[in-house]
Design a protein around this ligand. Structure first.
Ligand code: HEM
Length: 444
């Protein structure tokens, strides 16, 4: 038997390891690792070794075929995350996670999700009623408040933006720490009573009160409104057990947080890319004219909105809202020819894999039509994984794709969005435009 090899990696500082370089330019650092050291790279953050993976087959092993050797990365077990989402779907493990996933899955079934299409379009139209030809707005902010309202309405039947501006503000505030590049510092300092932390705790308490009231009212009314909350309330285990209020709260919070910022970012980057690629934008407009002929889209139009679907796919290839997935090794194993030891943190990077010329010709070009070409069917399975994969595949992937295509179509048939500022990419927990994305509106 051949002994497993030890991967190479960049030299780091004696104490911090590679942390300083990673924190000052994460994307530049991982790109350099891939360029200089190949598909499997060993790094170190303080005393914690971390393996960076840049080959689709290795990502497949960690997320799918060898998933039993891994749990979620240690960063998700911080007190900060715990306070926010508790033991919800994103952070839980083992039998507990399996049970919760089984209970939540029916709410994300295709038929259920398609029933939400009308709300998605109606909320987008409502937003457009305040948009004016020639004005400038922040497309990222607009997309965030739109998807926040959509997820709250479709999953919990709560109109957060209209009924409660205070709640909308609190919900928008709690994602702020994720925006800081210094997320790690924020997590480490989390117990100190700094003004930012006190504000964060106050906002989480406010949202907690709102969510618990929602649960209590729905339990009392016994009404089935067909949303996720109704389904989770009705869900029973084989032994008849049901979720406690705390479990319900954790799932609602998890799905709310996982379900809106990512989709908003997919849309934000699509606007950014369309504005810089007028040819693609013109093709999208032509499709919308042909399929919709001036009316708003419905779920029945989806199969014919092919170019819109490719725009969303191609945007998530170049600017994946989740730019990395992380795991911790719990059982020694091998990735390719390399040994992974227990306790090692392992990361697969969408940002690098999805821009790799081995899989995508002219990889930095925004070319939505590539998704209709024959060569796409020959891609390695994990050359494109914006939603992760294996058992922990994003539960909202169909929800998100449908929402993004419907919202993109609703807006693009009425407006062109023109660039009004340069953009800097911020790889925080998700991939954001650092200073927002100001765009000028032109009515079509
Ligand atoms: C473009 C939009 C989205 C992107 C890019 C995205 C990305 C991801 C990724 C990469 C994962 C896997 C994380 C890992 O393996 O560590 C994930 C998991 C998850 N996502 Fe999404 N997501 C999106 C939209 C949504 C939506 C709309 C919802 C719900 C309404 C949602 C709910 C979840 C949940 C609950 C999990 C955890 C699933 C589990 O572990 O069982 N996501 N998402």
């Amino acid at each position: 038997m051949v002994a497993a090899a030890i991967p190479r990696g960049p030299r780091g500082g004696r104490v911090l390891g590679n942390m300083r370089e990673f924190n000052s330019d994460s994307l530049g650092f991982i790109e350099r690792c891939a360029r200089e050291f190949g598909d499997v790279v060993l790094t170190r953050f303080l005393y914690v070794p971390a393996l960076f993976l840049f080959h689709p087959d290795h990502v497949e092993y960690v997320l799918s075929t060898g998933n039993k050797n891994f749990i979620k990365a240690a960063s998700l077990r911080s007190p900060f995350f715990h306070r926010l989402v508790g033991r919800g779907l994103v952070t839980s493990e083992g039998d507990f996670w399996r049970r919760q996933r089984r209970l939540a899955q029916p709410a994300f079934h295709r038929n259920r999700v398609e029933a939400y299409a009308r709300t998605m379009v109606a909320y987008a139209e409502r937003m457009l009623s305040s948009w004016k030809d020639g004005s400038t707005l922040d497309a990222h902010e607009e997309m965030m408040s739109l998807t926040r309202a959509v997820v709250a309405q479709t999953l919990f039947s709560a109109d957060v933006s209209r009924d409660s501006q205070e709640m909308d503000r609190a919900l928008s505030n709690i994602v702020q720490p994720f925006a800081a590049q210094a997320t790690l510092k924020w997590i480490l300092d989390n117990r100190l009573p700094t003004p930012a932390h006190l504000r964060f705790n106050r906002d989480v308490r406010k949202i907690d009160r709102f969510v618990y009231r929602l649960i209590e009212e729905r339990r009392a009314s016994g009404e089935d409104t067909g949303d996720l909350l109704s389904m989770l309330l009705a869900a029973r285990d084989e032994d008849g057990g049901r979720m406690t209020d705390k479990q319900l709260r954790d799932e609602l919070m998890t799905i709310f947080l996982a379900g809106h910022e990512t989709t908003a970012l997919a849309l934000t980057w699509a606007w950014y890319l369309l504005a810089r690629n007028p040819e693609a934008e013109a093709k999208l407009a032509a499709e919308l004219d042909e399929v919709l002929g001036g009316r708003a889209p419905t779920v029945e139009d989806l199969p014919r909105l092919r170019y819109a679907d490719w725009v969303v796919k191609e945007s998530m290839r170049l600017y994946p809202p989740a730019w990395a997935v992380g795991r911790e090794c719990v059982r020694e194993c091998e990735v390719g020819v390399f040994r992974v030891s227990k306790g090692m943190q392992v990361f697969g990077f969408q940002w690098v894999v999805q821009r790799d010329p081995r899989w995508f010709t002219d990889p930095l070009a925004f070319r939505p039509e590539r998704w209709g070409e024959e060569s796409i069917s020959r891609l390695p399975k994990y050359a494109y994984f914006p939603f992760g994969g294996g058992p922990r595949l994003c539960i909202g992937n169909y929800f998100a794709t449908m929402e993004a295509v419907l919202i993109l179509s609703t807006i693009a048939r009425r407006f062109r969005l023109l660039p009004a500022q340069e953009v800097e990419v911020l790889p925080a927990l998700s991939l954001r435009p650092k200073y927002g994305l100001k765009m000028k509106l032109e009515a079509r």
